[in-house]
Design a protein around this ligand. Structure first.
Ligand code: OAD
Ligand code: ZN
Length: 252
């Protein structure tokens, strides 16, 4: 971890009362949930994203995609929030507002106790009808049998309630995410490569609205150029050090 970055980030957060946080797969890496683009370990270095995470891929082979998400759902169910997730949940208690915008579908922020979480790529625990009949299952245990199950409402397939490549984000979630990052005094960007839009555009929107931007990532990212401070390190190590309580504000 680059100490200089950590100290500069703590100073920057010293007077912040309204904090927004944008998280990506790196936020959950220390919880054992694989990222997408890390060499060798990343899902997209092992699996074809167009075959497994696109509407076309699902229609081409629904059982293959369903089973892949069932495997990922198992992984997520076994995972535990890490020290990074927990420190964000604790920091919220002493700020006027801490809003988390996450690209992750693992629900680990909520399991850590964070209340104000905007899931812009959906959630892997939920399932919904492939067509527009709008049926949604909040829990896997409520699902009808089948891989994938058929929709009781219209007979089509049920699919994971996550955003796939080529699909639009839920406009309400995107609008809430924009409002969260432009309404904050500072934005923490944690564990994202900054390669997938519209999420990757949020830090620049925050900056244009006057917010200070801090990137937390062990590797260089596309977003570093929009940052006031970059802290090279792992989320589970940096966030507790960055948000450690010393007084009433976000840090320091
Ligand atoms: P990526 O896999 O593209 O990037 C993960 C980032 O986390 C990389 O920059 C790593 O350097 C960093 N990282 C790894 N371990 C870390 C740790 N312990 N602490 C902090 N950072 C760490 O994942 P995302 O940027 O989240 O979307 O990917 C964005 C979207 O692409 C995902 O939401 C998913 C994917 O395809 C859809 O499927 C729509
Ligand atoms: Zn249906």
């Amino acid at each position: 971890m680059n100490e200089g970055g950590l100290e500069a980030a703590r100073e920057l957060l010293a007077r912040v009362r309204r904090l927004a946080v944008l998280t990506g797969a790196g936020m959950s890496a220390e919880s054992g949930v694989p990222t997408f683009r890390d060499a060798q370990t990343g899902l997209w270095s092992r699996f074809d994203p167009m075959q497994l995470a696109s509407p076309e891929g699902f229609r081409a082979d629904p059982p293959l995609v369903w089973r892949w998400y069932a495997w990922r759902r198992e992984l997520v169910a076994r995972a535990r929030p890490n020290a990074g997730h927990l420190s964000l949940a604790q920091a919220a208690a002493r700020l006027d507002r801490l809003q988390i915008v996450t690209q992750n579908v693992d629900g680990l922020h909520q399991r850590a106790g964070s209340r104000d979480v905007i899931e812009i790529h959906g959630n892997i625990v939920r399932s919904r009808c492939l067509e527009e009949c709008g049926l949604v299952y909040e829990r896997p245990e409520d699902l009808p049998p089948g891989e994938p199950p058929r929709c009781p409402g219209c007979g089509s397939w049920l699919r994971p309630d996550v955003v796939w490549f080529g699909e639009m984000l839920d406009p309400e979630a995107l609008h809430a995410a924009e409002a969260a990052v432009t309404g904050a005094e500072a934005l923490l960007v944690v564990g994202t490569s900054g390669l997938v839009y519209p999420a990757a555009g949020l830090p620049m929107h925050a900056r244009q609205a006057g917010a200070r931007v801090i990137v937390v990532n062990p590797q260089p990212t596309e977003i570093d150029s929009a940052a006031d401070v970059v802290v090279r390190g792992a989320a589970g190590v940096v966030l507790p050090a960055l948000l450690a309580r010393e007084s009433g504000s976000a840090a320091g």
